[in-house]
Design a protein around this ligand. Structure first.
Ligand code: UD1
Ligand code: CA
Length: 450
């Protein structure tokens, strides 16, 4: 089985600069959802027809072949643009639309199995929608067999009352399809070459057309507007949450938990409300994440706790405790059993095992060893207004409160820094560095002032 995915349309109803098929649902472009569903159905090859925003689509989507439809003359014309790509093919061609991100591989499997078992020239997927507005309606013969598809804009009032719609998903015998497509005309309300007309042409030449109806209409929803995009997001998010719960993850409040499609979470991890897990985030087992936490592209070990924190493009190892109010910025690695507390920012830094950053630190461009303790208000001064510099901190370093470490600077193993110091010079192993003016107490000063 080979696949064509139609994705050249502009998506006028989205009112967007971005091509419709690149709008994301659960963190992944809708076209990518469709491609992934095709691949997991056993499609051997996916040809994507692009047009509007073609360059951007090529940039964002990989692992498929592209065909350009320079002018969007309709879905039938779009398929015809890919004719050359299939000149040596035989067997089943599945056709999908790039704007139906909710389609599942189970459903596609059901369609392709039915198609192959029935020996039909074409099989179309239908669905019963509560509101069929905008869709092509399935018109059946008196005996219930397929007659034709009428687009909403071409439908009369009786036809508009039909709630069984064309899901825009089909299986065709490849060579029969291309034979029929060359006969499709554009004498309709939109002046377009409609792909569904190929079904009528095949039927009229004596071929068998099958209809498979989706049990769950929401799997077939097409996205044409931002309202529909939000509906799809809600359905897919719920699907993802249920999938995770079925695999042993606790989600306290699925309605306020936003987990992207590709995210992985280990057993017995608990996700608290108002949490966003995005991109390629991977979380281990027995963690407690949230409330109010956002992880984007994070690799997280087991037994990690994080509250009210935002962490992105970094790694957090086993047993780390974060928050409340921690910001971990890209390029950081937080080793096992580290504790990072209230109002701490870590950027592009490694923090060694068991080190503590309990409150109010900025650690940027730093390599910190194990067993360190940063006093409240420790700041790595990494930027001189032009360039960034690194700070190196050995193992078991103790930095007193409210200290500045002016980079580039190195604190070797076992160093102590007196509270309130501004460190500008390297500190050798096991030294105490004091870098502040001495205190003077002036006797009876207050009395004299009076
Ligand atoms: C289409 C079907 C309709 C079906 C609905 C299901 C036709 C004529 N109508 O309508 O029966 O109920 O899908 O969602 O096929 N595209 C191109 N090139 C073009 C035109 C469209 O690549 O010249 C692509 C679009 O990018 C989109 C897909 O084809 O991904 C469907 O096009 P769209 O305009 O959304 O069709 P609908 O009006 O929704
Ligand atoms: Ca559509």
């Amino acid at each position: 089985m080979e696949t064509i995915i139609l994705a050249a349309g502009k998506g006028t109803r989205m009112k967007s600069k971005l091509p419709k098929v690149l709008h994301k649902v659960c963190g992944k472009p809708m076209l990518q959802h469709v491609i992934d569903a095709a691949k997991s159905t056993g499609s051997s090859r996916e040809v994507v027809v692009i047009g509007n925003g073609a360059e951007l689509v090529r940039e964002k989507i990989s692992g498929v072949e592209f065909v350009l439809q320079a002018e969007q003359l309709g879905t039938g014309h779009a398929v015809l643009c890919a004719k050359e790509n299939f000149s040596n093919s035989a067997g089943t061609l599945m056709i999908l639309c790039g704007d139906t991100p909710l389609v599942t591989s189970d459903l596609l499997k059901k369609l392709s199995d039915a198609h192959e078992n029935s020996k039909a020239a074409a099989t179309v997927l239908s669905a019963e929608l509560p509101d069929a507005t905008g869709y092509g309606r399935i018109i059946r013969e008196a005996d219930g067999s397929f007659k034709k598809i009428v687009e909403h804009k071409d439908a009369n009032d009786t036809e508009k009352n039909i709630r069984e719609v064309n899901a825009g998903i089909y299986c065709f015998d490849i060579q029969k399809l291309f034979g029929a497509l060359t006969q499709v005309k554009n004498d309709n309300a939109q002046g377009e070459y409609y792909l569904p007309d190929a079904l009528t042409i095949l039927k009229n030449s004596g071929e068998k057309i099958s209809v498979v109806t989706a049990e769950n209409f929401s799997d077939t929803l097409g996205i044409n507007s931002r309202v529909q995009l939000a509906e799809a997001e809600k359905i897919l998010r719920q699907r993802k949450n249920f999938e995770l719960m079925d695999s042993g993850v606790t989600i306290l409040d699925p309605a306020t938990t936003y987990i992207d499609s590709e995210v992985e979470i280990g057993q017995d991890t608990i996700i608290f409300p108002n949490t966003y897990l995005e991109g390629k985030t991977k979380i281990g087992a027995d963690c407690e994440i949230g409330p109010g936490t956002k992880f984007t592209n994070m690799i997280v070990g087991d037994n990690v706790q994080a509250q009210f924190s935002y962490c992105h493009d970094s790694e957090i190892c086993d047993g780390v405790i974060l928050g409340p109010y921690v910001h971990i910025r890209p390029g950081s690695k937080i080793s096992a059993k580290v504790k990072i507390g209230n109002f701490v920012e870590v950027k592009n830094s490694t923090v060694g095992e068991g080190s503590k950053l309990p409150h109010l630190q900025y650690i940027g461009d730093t390599d910190m060893g194990a067993g360190c303790n940063m006093g409240c208000g420790t700041i790595t001064v990494n930027y001189d207004g032009k360039k960034k510099f690194r700070t190196t901190i050995g193992d078991n370093v103790f930095v007193g409160c409210n200290s500045n470490l002016v980079a580039p600077v190195t604190l070797e193993d076992g160093v102590y820094v007196a509270a309130g110091s501004t460190i500008t010079k390297d500190v050798p192993k096991n030294n105490l560095a004091v870098a502040r003016s001495r205190q003077t107490n002036i006797e009876n000063w207050a009395d004299k002032r009076k």
